[in-house]
Design a protein around this ligand. Structure first.
Ligand code: TRP
Length: 332
């Protein structure tokens, strides 16, 4: 069987977090790039679907690419690039908008939540927030992707991508591979340390419960030591009833490769659990931060990697997107 193709992306809407790392990025670097023909993309166009500061998007895009390399993505092994450098994404997104229905788009949980939040604040919702999944489908389908390793919250978007691929193929002839979403094996859905019922997200305004990959060790320690726990004081693993402690156990388990239930038995106080969790996170991030420092000191090297990555990605996407244009009846 031919080698599988993997595609995944990260949005430059905030500083990358421990949640991004344990939820997806770590597996990209440690496993996915070696077992398949893998593309990883900083999806900058997706950052424009909400209010944004141009200078910040530019900075975060370069930082995300640098951090992806710092986690171990090797430009000799995988293709690392920036979405807006490859026109095929937006070319194909239009055909996806012509394949999807507006009802499908409006049913997306991420759209409903973000649009509701925006309206509550009295703001307006950009049309691109609604059509976002069409662009995401294009990201994936342009490359003949078999597998999309993502955090759980993206599963619905990948399901929609599958539906669009099947529909397009039925209407216009076989053009796209129908991809599937996969979640990381060591599933770490890291929650906000101050609000363990909600995900540790990079776009959140309140940052006390969010560990960023570039946080200094002292900052990491402080955030973990101040994590919200529960009124009880014994250490048990119970996601529903004791979400704060469960989250710490999950993080410690993900850092050490152990099982959270087994770990729970070894602790009889929150203080000791927090201390060990903080140290485990600091040690895990140390090499990533060191490598990030080296790469950030050499931006022209990073830019070169991104240029070469975009070149390669374009070559891969072009024939399939051209074929899709012809298939729908556009003069090729
Ligand atoms: N929607 C994803 C997120 O919010 C980012 C993304 C865009 C993506 N295009 C993609 C992920 C294609 C995987 C594949 O995290």
């Amino acid at each position: 069987m031919a080698q599988q193709r993997i595609f995944s992306g990260v949005k430059p809407t905030g500083h990358l977090t421990l949640g991004n790392y344990l939820g997806a990025m770590r597996q990209w670097a440690q496993e996915d790039q070696y077992r398949a023909d893998a593309l990883f993309c900083v999806v900058d166009l997706h950052a424009l679907t909400v209010d944004h500061d141009p200078a910040r998007v530019r900075r975060l895009t370069r930082q995300a690419a640098t951090l992806l390399m710092a986690t171990g993505l090797d430009p000799e092994t995988c293709t690392l690039f920036v979405q807006s450098h490859v026109d095929e994404h937006t070319r194909l997104a239009y055909l996806m908008e012509c394949t999807a229905t507006d009802g499908e788009m409006r049913r997306m949980i991420q759209y409903k939540e973000k649009a509701a939040r925006e309206r509550e604040r009295g703001g307006s919702v950009r049309l691109s927030l609604l059509t976002y999944p069409a662009l995401m489908a294009a990201d994936i389908l342009a490359y003949g992707t078999d597998e999309v390793p993502v955090g759980e919250d993206q599963t619905q978007h990948v399901e929609l991508t599958r539906d669009l691929a099947v529909r397009f193929n039925q209407r216009y002839g076989h053009t796209f591979v129908v991809p599937r979403a996969t979640n990381p094996k060591v599933a770490a859905r890291v929650m906000d340390l101050q609000d363990p019922m909600s995900k540790m997200g990079k776009s959140h305004a309140r940052t006390a419960g969010i560990v960023y990959l570039l946080d200094e060790p002292e900052v990491v320690r402080k955030k973990v030591m101040r994590a919200v726990t529960d009124a009880a004081s014994d250490v048990v693993y119970d996601r529903a009833e004791r979400p704060g402690v469960a989250n710490l156990l999950d993080v410690l388990a993900a850092c050490t490769g152990r099982d959270p239930r087994g770990l729970a038995e070894e602790y009889d106080s929150y203080g000791a659990l927090k201390k060990d969790t903080a140290e485990a996170v600091v040690e895990m991030l140390r090499p990533v931060q060191e490598r990030h420092g080296e790469l950030a000191a050499d931006p022209s090297y990073v830019d070169g990697v991104l240029r070469a990555g975009a070149e390669r990605a374009r070559t891969m996407a072009r024939p399939r997107v051209d074929a899709a244009y012809r298939a729908v009846g556009l003069l090729g």
